[in-house]
Design a protein around this ligand. Sequence first.
Ligand SMILES: CC(C)(COP(=O)(O)OP(=O)(O)OC[C@H]1O[C@@H](n2cnc3c(N)ncnc32)[C@H](O)[C@@H]1OP(=O)(O)O)[C@@H](O)C(=O)NCCC(=O)NCCS
Length: 204
Amino acid sequence: MTLQERLWLQGEEAWRCLLGWIPGGPGALLRRLLYGPFFQAGGSGLRTGVGVVIQGFRHISLGRHVGLNRHSSLYAARGRIRLGNRVFLGDFSSINANDAEISIGDNVAIGPMVLIQGANHVFDRLDLPIADQGHAPSRVIIEDNVWIAARATILPGVRIHSGAVVAAGAVVTRDVPADCVVAGVPARVLRPRGLPAPRLPERP
Ligand SMILES: CC(C)(COP(=O)(O)OP(=O)(O)OC[C@H]1O[C@@H](n2cnc3c(N)ncnc32)[C@H](O)[C@@H]1OP(=O)(O)O)[C@@H](O)C(=O)NCCC(=O)NCCS
């Protein structure tokens, strides 16, 4: 990371410290106005709660009416994050791009304490601390109309197809098919979404 980039990040942090604690509607409005111009694109109708952490504004693009609840975070200092229209991030949830790219479609609801990770640590070498081996960047794609429930973890390289539901506490290690519910560690398909067809009464 260049000196200029480091200075920029420190400036962002100061800006966040100044505005991030102001509660209620006035705080949300101020942040919408004063964070908005720093994003790579979009941000109209953005709503952020207190304590939201955003790192790497210039690498983040937002659709309309994105909601970032209290203490949620977007880390994109060295990666890219794209959030579509009407994406909601629950309290204490975190999207960590870390050299990677994370793309989330429209109408995606993400519950509290969810983790979406864009990269793994490289840990192949035994002669170096893991912390010095860098990251293996990857992509995470979450398509439209997905619900990710509380405390789920989405691992690098995963694609969650449209209409899927990820149950509370699931750890998603593989792609999730469209319109189904996945649960567990590792996450497996629980059932397809949608009501079963009504049973017709038997003829006498
Ligand atoms: C995903 C969810 C909606 C599934 O509901 P459902 O389809 O009605 O599932 P059911 O309650 O009928 O359970 C079906 C089976 O899945 C299991 N199951 C349900 N949720 C599970 C979960 N989160 N993890 C693991 N297994 C789960 C049940 O134990 C049951 O197993 P069984 O058939 O062996 O008894 C729900 O369980 C869930 O995780 N809700 C999240 C709530 C939340 O986080 N709210 C925050 C708001 S953003």
